[in-house]
Ligand binder design. Structure first.
Ligand SMILES: NC(=O)c1ccc[n+]([C@@H]2O[C@H](COP(=O)([O-])OP(=O)(O)OC[C@H]3O[C@@H](n4cnc5c(N)ncnc54)[C@H](OP(=O)(O)O)[C@@H]3O)[C@@H](O)[C@H]2O)c1
Length: 329
């Protein structure tokens, strides 16, 4: 496992990290803990979760959230200090009018609830999950700065923010002498390259760490789904993830998988390994947050991290992507 610097901070994170959106949602606690064991054994030191991760995400029930944090808390008992623990707040986690968003009111409660579920006194990286246009950034950043000073959070970051939103936040933090967003968590994969236009150049310029999510396109880039065929029984499409179905319906996903298959074959890699190696071939990515639902998937994938794609291979992939009609920034 290789470790990379997270933005301008001194924090080093494994170039592959463990996402836990599946925990308690489409995999049970026993299997989730085995996934954590396999991740730590592989040298992964960053675990990412969120207060909203849970069964309610598929059921449309905001009261059914938090299962992932609860399981992560149990899985890390006795070894909390071995990991960089990241979580998020913003999403609706109850039916009350203030049970969502980035108000000071909600953030204080969200952080306390995350700490309780995670069985820890502090979160290493606390990320606001999305931009909240209804709350002044000053209010959000002020609350986060206080939580850092109280020792409940070590670093702050954001997720799914546009470059201008982080730039505005940085301006406020600098003016007030507050802690700033040191990282951003966007989606990034061969299927989703929108960040290359503005967010990546901005992050490089301002030394903002990028923890990118869904490097395998939620599983699509492993080639396990075939057009017109039922999904494999033990897959998460079969488990009913709506965002995954949307991604399949709204992209030339199947065509892209077929277009890059020969490139994976040339390397002797699986499609999943190629997709992960592609993300890691970009030095602006601090870590790619993988979704793992079976412990053996980690060892299978990590063989890809021994190699990087050459400039020629990256150009071949761009060419294949354009050919199937994928938008490249
Ligand atoms: N900030 C945000 O808004 C946001 C949004 C989404 C995700 N995230 C974070 O990013 C993490 C990863 O997201 P993701 O799960 O969408 O990522 P992903 O890595 O693109 O997809 C993971 C899926 O790929 C399949 N897979 C993984 N390894 C495999 C292997 N070796 N062979 C075959 N299939 C394999 C699994 O499918 P099966 O389950 O079918 O086996 C797994 O569910 C989440 O857990 C979460 O922490 C953040």
């Amino acid at each position: 496992m290789e470790y990379r610097q997270w933005g301008r901070t001194g924090l080093k994170v494994s170039e592959v990290s463990l996402g836990t959106m599946a925990f308690g949602r489409w995999i049970d606690e026993e299997r989730s803990i085995r996934v954590v064991d396999a991740a730590l054994d592989a040298g992964i030191n960053l675990i990412d979760t969120a207060d909203v991760y849970g069964t309610g995400m598929d059921l449309g029930d905001p009261n059914r959230t938090g299962e992932s944090e609860t399981i992560v808390g149990r899985a890390l008992r006795g070894r909390r200090d071995r990991v960089v623990l990241a979580t998020k707040g913003f999403a609706r986690v109850g039916t009350g009018v203030n049970d969502a968003g980035l108000s000071r009111y909600h953030l204080y409660r969200a952080v306390e609830n995350s700490l309780r579920r995670l069985q820890t006194d502090y979160v290493d990286i606390y990320q606001v999950h999305q931009f909240d246009a209804a709350t002044p950034l000053e209010e959000t950043l002020g609350a986060l700065d206080e939580l850092v000073r109280q020792g409940k959070i070590r670093y702050i970051g954001c997720s799914n923010f546009a470059a201008w939103q982080i730039a505005k936040a940085h301006g406020i933090s600098a003016l007030r002498g507050w802690h700033r967003f040191e990282g951003v968590q966007p989606e990034y994969s061969l299927l989703s390259r929108g960040i290359e236009r503005e967010l990546v150049p901005f992050a490089v310029s301002e030394k903002v760490g990028i923890l990118s999510y869904s490097p395998l396109g939620r599983g699509i880039l492993t080639g396990k789904y075939r057009e017109g065929e039922a999904p494999p029984a033990d897959s998460r499409l079969a488990a009913g993830e709506k965002r995954l179905q949307l991604l399949l319906d709204s992209n030339p996903a199947y065509a892209l998988v077929e277009a890059i298959r020969p490139l994976a074959d040339r390397r002797g890699w699986t499609l999943a390994q190629l997709a992960l190696a592609w993300v890691l071939s970009h030095s602006y990515i601090s870590s790619a947050i993988l979704g793992i639902s079976k412990p053996e998937q980690i060892a299978d994938l990590l063989r890809a991290t021994v190699g990087r794609l050459s400039a020629e291979e990256l150009a071949d992939i761009d060419e294949a992507s354009r050919r199937v009609g994928l938008f490249l920034p």
